[in-house]
Design a protein around this ligand. Structure first.
Ligand SMILES: [Fe+2]
Ligand SMILES: [Fe+2]
Length: 275
């Protein structure tokens, strides 16, 4: 279960090859994702950027990463390993075995939660697509692209759940995730924050500081879901999310530090004119 299959078109640790229907459906979605990535993803040429890519999940859910050139990045489907004894932790069903299938009574609520989570992932890539042109350094550029490819993978994670567990409606919702766009007048992203522009790097650092932190709590909540596949998906996503917040924290730190230096150096409260 934990050994990802890289011989497949879609790297995964969910035995996609064992479910031909699902595999075909996701392989049909894959080229649409790639078209979206080319059209709406990072605009700067990026052949020489090396990125970490998730290649395995250990028993405790730890991710192992390898490095690949960005153009070879392969988005995959990875769930943290199943705990066969997992039980629902709270609420009306507390103590029941975690659900391996979607319970009919919560179907629409669960689908909605997954769609909203899924909608935020490509939205942030769209918001950040032009930032590469103004990257303060190569280090920052790599961090930006790293965050972008991982948000792309998070979209894959939600699309997998929609395809695997929500039938036709799920497939339609998965298609719609690539049709809505950040800031679009006709079909905007679902949450307001994801339709705002991220025009500069300070906004990006603030985004990875605050919005990704919000995302962390959101994923932390979904990780407690009684629907086990959702819980396992989010557990793995959280490993990647930690790096996004690191980018935000250290980015804001650097801006504050440099601002303070300039204020002292020029004996002014307004460091703006000094860069
Ligand atoms: Fe994400
Ligand atoms: Fe993130």
């Amino acid at each position: 279960m934990t050994t990802p299959d890289y011989t497949e078109k879609i790297p995964n640790n969910v035995d996609l090859a064992g479910d031909r229907r699902l595999q075909r459906a996701l392989e049909a979605w894959q080229p649409r994702f790639k078209d979206w990535w080319v059209e709406m993803g990072p605009q700067l040429p990026n052949e020489d950027v090396y990125l970490r890519t998730a290649i395995n999940v250990g028993r405790e859910g730890w991710a192992h990463f390898g490095h690949v050139a960005m153009e070879d990045y392969r988005w995959g489907i990875f769930l943290a390993e199943r705990d066969p004894g997992r039980r629902i932790g709270f609420g009306e069903h507390m103590g029941d075995p975690a659900w391996q299938k979607v319970p009919g009574e919560y179907r629409s609520e669960l689908q909605r939660l997954i769609v909203i989570q899924g909608d935020t992932e490509p939205a942030s890539v769209e918001q950040q697509r032009r930032l590469g042109y103004t990257a303060p350094s190569l280090y920052d550029l790599r961090n930006l692209f790293q965050v972008n490819v991982e948000e792309g993978r998070h979209l894959w994670a939600m699309v997998y759940l929609l395809h695997a567990y929500f039938g036709r409606e799920g497939r339609d919702e998965a298609a719609a995730l690539l049709q809505r766009n950040s800031g679009s007048e006709d079909s905007p992203r679902i949450l307001g924050a994801f339709n705002e522009e991220t025009p500069d790097w300070l906004s990006f650092f603030m985004f990875t500081y605050f919005t990704d932190r919000d995302g962390k709590y959101q994923l932390g909540t979904l990780k407690e879901s009684g629907f086990d596949p959702l819980s396992r998906t989010c557990e793995f996503m959280l490993k990647e999310e930690a790096h996004h917040m690191f980018v935000g924290t250290t980015g804001v730190d650097r801006v504050v530090e440099r601002t303070a230096q300039l204020m002292v150096e020029h004996e002014t409260d307004d460091a703006g004119p000094y860069g």
